[in-house]
Design a protein around this ligand. Structure first.
Ligand code: SF4
Length: 495
């Protein structure tokens, strides 16, 4: 790298967010400094999490009504204002200090005694995440102390998942504060900073994927850049594989090169064989047993839910799943009927959702869902919060059949599924169709579309369009289940 460029980079500061990004993934940090425009945008689900994080941060400030907010877009003004206000020993929000090109800006800084301070970082999670939150607090403390502040304690404030809203949101009960002063490792900070500056100054992208930084994290925006050398059927696809990374580190990348002795479950053996032969695996006996377990009335059911970091409705908790939509395909006596519900209005969607579901769901028959855990736990939460429905919910739960089972057991497995039993992979592998023709293609996008349509500033026309897209998406989920069962029936009837 040109000496001049290194110098220019050195003049840039390392902020807390760059520090934590770099520790999670040095490759991502490098991109932030060298190739920012090629970092793809965050998916809508992640942007929504950021938004919720900002809302939580703003609410936490209300716990300190006398606090002074220094947050400004202007980096230099922020530093200047902090300098002045530190002398007044007031509670400060976003107090910015810079030293040795390190830029610290903790959420809340509280004066203690004559000359000490407590640092509070606010997170929108419901628990402390050691890997993410400890380095975050340690960095803030390091920069503040280097700048001359005496830090007494470091706290992490997060949401309390036991809190149930009753009336106005009670901030004292909504937030939990944990003292992490003794837990955070201050000795690591200078070593980490040195390591990260070296990454920033590297002339080329440091492909740290191979150095145990990740195993293709789903949320990484630039994973293709690190992992594009992997073959089509690679070891990270191994179903429920705990030893995937170990295999990779031994130089075994291609699934076909894995010896049978290294496999840890029956599904992996099927997967390996399919990768080698390129053939589809079908266990007709098991599939027949599954189909025989279905009642002659099949009720294919799917829910869409959304969640709020700060409980929006009475009797709800942070991040409680709020069902707002269902789709139901009923197959009875060879006939198919479709029912659906999509909540309209800013009120709690659950009472109307429950009433519509009870009305439309037949009293008898198999309730077919894909990934039982999700629909069943939403139903259990509804029974807890609306006890008059408990008996009915229990009767529904007793009829639930999980259509994921034949695929998670690999009774049907097509190598194009790449080790996944998700409906998004199974549907195109088995039936040939997918979700590509839809505007909303996954649950995260459905949830965001519903929230935008309900609480955002959409035109009437945009709302109508979003409503149509949501209905189409949820309908596809249950339609897909009907297609899958039909296809399974055809498979077992083939000689
Ligand atoms: S794939 Fe892994 S190593 Fe590569 S940038 Fe993403 S997190 Fe970092």
């Amino acid at each position: 790298m040109e000496q001049q460029t290194i110098k220019a980079l050195k003049l840039k500061s390392l902020s807390k967010s760059s520090y934590t990004t770099g520790l999670e993934c040095p490759g991502h940090l490098w991109m932030k400094y060298h190739d920012k425009e090629n970092i793809p945008p965050h998916p809508p689900g992640v942007l929504r999490r950021f938004e919720q994080g900002n809302i939580v941060g703003e609410l936490a400030k209300k716990l300190f009504p006398e606090g002074i907010d220094i947050a400004t877009e202007d980096y230099t003004k922020n530093l200047q204002k902090t300098k002045e206000l530190l002398l007044k020993r007031k509670i400060l929000f976003e107090a910015a200090l810079q030293v040795d090109n390190l830029y610290g800006r903790a959420d809340i800084l509280i004066p203690v005694g004559k000359d000490q301070w407590d640092v509070i970082e606010v997170k929108s999670s419901t628990k402390v995440d050691k890997k993410k939150h400890y380095p975050d607090l340690a960095f803030q403390r390091y920069v503040y102390e280097k700048a001359g502040l005496k830090i007494r304690k470091c706290f992490l404030m997060h949401l309390n998942n036991e809190y149930v809203r009753n009336g106005e949101v009670e901030l004292q009960k909504l937030f939990v504060q944990e003292d992490l002063t003794e837990e955070i490792d201050m000795k690591e900070v200078p070593k980490n900073i040195e390591f990260l500056w070296n990454i920033v100054q590297s002339p080329t992208f440091p492909n740290t994927a191979e150095k145990n930084y990740c195993t293709q994290p789903k949320e990484c925006l630039i994973k293709d850049r690190c992992w594009d050398f992997l073959p089509e059927h690679h070891v990270f696809h191994l179903y429920n594989g705990r030893k995937n990374r170990a295999l990779f580190d031994e130089g075994i990348h291609d699934l076909k090169d894995v010896s049978e002795g290294r496999l840890s479950n029956a599904q992996q053996a099927i997967q390996l064989n399919c990768a080698k032969t390129g053939k589809v695996h079908v266990d007709k006996k098991q599939i027949k047993g599954f189909l025989d377990s279905l009642d002659k009335t099949e009720c294919h059911l799917d829910f869409e839910t959304c969640m709020f970091a700060i409980p929006e409705f009475q009797g709800t908790r942070p991040y409680q799943r709020m069902p707002f939509q269902f789709s139901l395909h009923v197959i009875k006596n060879g006939k198919q009927e479709h029912f659906e519900y999509l909540h309209d209005g800013k009120d709690d969607p659950r009472p109307a959702f429950l009433a519509a579901l009870k009305e439309k769901l037949p009293a008898k028959g198999s309730v077919v869902v894909y990934s039982q855990g999700f629909e069943s736990s939403v139903l259990k939460e509804l029974a807890r919060d609306f006890p008059s429905y408990k008996e009915w919910v229990d009767s529904v739960l007793a009829r639930v059949v999980d259509l994921r089972v034949p695929f998670s057991k690999f009774w049907y497995y097509n190598p194009v599924q790449h080790g996944s039993a998700s409906i998004k992979k199974v549907l195109p592998a088995l039936v040939g169709d997918g979700y590509e023709d839809l505007n909303i293609k996954d649950g995260d996008c459905a949830s965001i579309a519903y929230l935008d349509m309900t609480f955002g500033k959409m035109t009437a026309e945009a709302k109508k369009k979003t409503r149509e897209d949501l209905l189409k998406y949820c309908e596809r989920d249950t339609e897909a289940m009907v297609w899958i069962v039909e296809k399974m029936k055809r498979i077992i009837n083939k000689s």
